[in-house]
Design a binder for this molecule. Structure first.
Ligand code: HEM
Ligand SMILES: [Cu+2]
Length: 483
């Protein structure tokens, strides 16, 4: 479970999101490349280094438990005293501290690069108020990365010093709960680091497949920053059972619930965009709607869990596991698939099969809900998380449904892999603009040339590529760039 959590969060979702931003931010703002390509390359290569260091523990025998592998085994959260040297001699914990600190460094490099690219390298006429919403999502994600990641690094480095040099920052002689503060000051915002880019993808996909401009652009941007601001002040909702002062808990409860407001604004605007549009349910749009449905459930169970008395009951139960997967799987995996079906044709030059895409979507949607929806009932019934087995026979049937559904998710991912391989060999050629898009990435060939744009485009509105197509069709020259 420690390896699963660590892998999914740090080695899959975060690099996936920074990867997509890396590819599309320069294209969407009309730049030839990211601002600091060498820093970018360094950040990129730190990711495999980090993964290698973490998994190295798998090959080192654990001398404290007579030869089990030493992979970190204190949960993805690594709380002391579970990760305290006194109780856990596994070198895997040390490797975990080093590995995740390196990954954090890579994130910071990416964030600096995105912000500089967006602020300094925009095409003429690409005012901030004309940026595609995916780019705004990249700005807000980068800000969160810059503010929150150092806190995680500090926690991990101090934990490492505790273990290597026998200091007492977080040991039972020190303040173990301090680690939780440092960890969650990063890891709550990390939820948004994994989801805001997904919000950005959805804000690109829904207008294109509804044939309408995004509804409420300004409020979408404000909502992103509302989420950034609030998400930095809610971390202790993960710590309601460690014995914080009740007034502090009440404050964190209220702030957590307040996040529903900007998120609600976004939901309203996505639906307002599709409303009355000429909606076309191509695969990216299916995943976008799958995201709306699943993330909504995750958001609502989040409101329940934000209530201190409810969380006190449900903490450490399968209800939390169900909630976190609705948020992270619904918010990240569904949006990643939406983004891949939407943008892979730009990257590879080949459209993915709609028929396989349909199977991919439905197996994922059914498998996902089959796995995680019923987990809520197990949690309400008191099944604890982070156990390898369970004591009550009447939980067996539900767990069986979960296992079968989880295999359906695996089938779905397999279908995706087949689809990618098939389309690269035999897929229809995408051409530059397969979806009749609005933003600049569709104005260049698929795949784009290494320098992105032969001539830097001039931007006159929020939908620059749509303008250029219109100008070409009607033969009128594009209007002069405003200021
Ligand atoms: C096939 C898909 C998946 C299945 C079947 C699955 C299943 C599980 C299960 C059974 C647990 C352990 C619960 C416990 O006893 O505490 C778990 C924990 C977790 N999962 Fe997943 N998961 C999946 C995908 C994901 C994804 C995509 C993410 C993140 C983007 C994720 C993040 C986590 C995290 C953070 C934990 C907590 C680990 C810990 O307790 O330290 N999972 N998952
Ligand atoms: Cu949180």
């Amino acid at each position: 479970m420690s390896a699963h959590g660590t892998t999914m969060i740090f080695f899959f979702t975060i690099p996936m999101m920074t990867g997509v931003m890396n590819y599309f931010v320069p294209l969407m703002v009309g730049a030839r490349d990211i601002a600091f390509p060498r820093v970018n390359a360094l950040g990129y290569w730190l990711i495999p280094v980090s993964i290698f260091i973490y998994y190295a523990g798998f090959f080192i025998p654990n001398s404290f438990t007579s030869g089990d592998p030493s992979l970190a085994n204190a949960g993805w959260t690594g709380y002391p005293p579970l990760s305290d040297l006194k109780y856990n001699g596994s070198v895997g914990i040390d490797l975990w501290c080093v590995s995740i600190t390196i990954l954090g460094l890579s994130s910071i490099m990416a964030a600096v690069n995105f912000l500089t690219t967006i602020l300094a390298l925009r095409a003429p006429g690409m005012k901030l108020t004309r940026l595609p919403l995916f780019v705004w999502a990249s700005i807000s994600t980068s800000i969160l990365l810059l503010i929150a990641t150092p806190s995680l690094a500090a926690g991990l480095i101090l934990l490492l010093i505790d273990r290597e040099f026998h200091t007492n920052f977080f040991t039972t002689a020190g303040r173990p709960v301090l680690f939780q503060h440092l960890f969650w000051f990063y890891s709550h915002p990390a939820v948004y680091i994994m989801i805001l880019p997904g919000f950005g993808v959805i804000s690109e996909v829904i207008p294109v497949f509804s044939r309408k401009a995004i509804f409420g652009y300004e409020s979408m941007v404000l909502a992103l920053f509302g989420i950034v601001f609030l998400s930095l002040g809610v971390w202790a909702h993960h710590m309601f059972t460690v014995g914080l002062n009740i007034y502090v808990e009440t404050l964190f409860m209220a702030l957590t619930m307040a996040i529903a407001v900007p998120t609600g604004v976004k939901f309203f605007n996505w639906m307002g965009t599709a409303w009355d549009g000429a909606v076309e349910f191509k695969t990216p749009m299916k995943f976008a709607f799958g995201f709306l449905a699943t993330f909504l459930i995750g958001g609502i169970t989040g409101i329940y869990l934000a209530a201190v008395p409810v969380d006190t009951q449900l903490h450490q139960s399968y209800y939390v596991v169900a909630h976190l997967h609705y948020v992270l799987f619904g918010g990240s995996v569904f949006t990643i698939f939406a983004g891949l079906y939407y943008w892979l044709p730009k990257i590879t030059g080949h459209i993915l099969s709609e028929r396989l895409g349909n199977w991919n979507f439905w197996t994922l949607f059914v498998g996902f809900n089959g796995t995680f929806l019923v987990m809520h009932t197990l949690g309400l019934d008191g099944m604890p998380r982070r156990i390898a087995t369970y004591a009550r026979q009447d939980w067996a049937a539900t767990n069986f449904v979960i296992t079968v559904s989880a295999f359906l998710i695996a089938v779905s991912v397999l279908i995706f892999v087949i689809n990618v391989l098939y389309s690269r060999k035999r897929g229809e050629l995408a051409g530059p603009d397969p979806w009749d898009g609005n933003s600049l990435e569709w104005s260049v060939s698929s795949p784009p040339p290494p320098y992105n744009f032969e001539r830097i485009p001039e931007v006159h509105s929020r939908e620059p590529w749509k303008d250029m197509k219109l100008a070409a069709r009607t033969g009128t020259p594009a209007p002069a760039p405003a200021e």
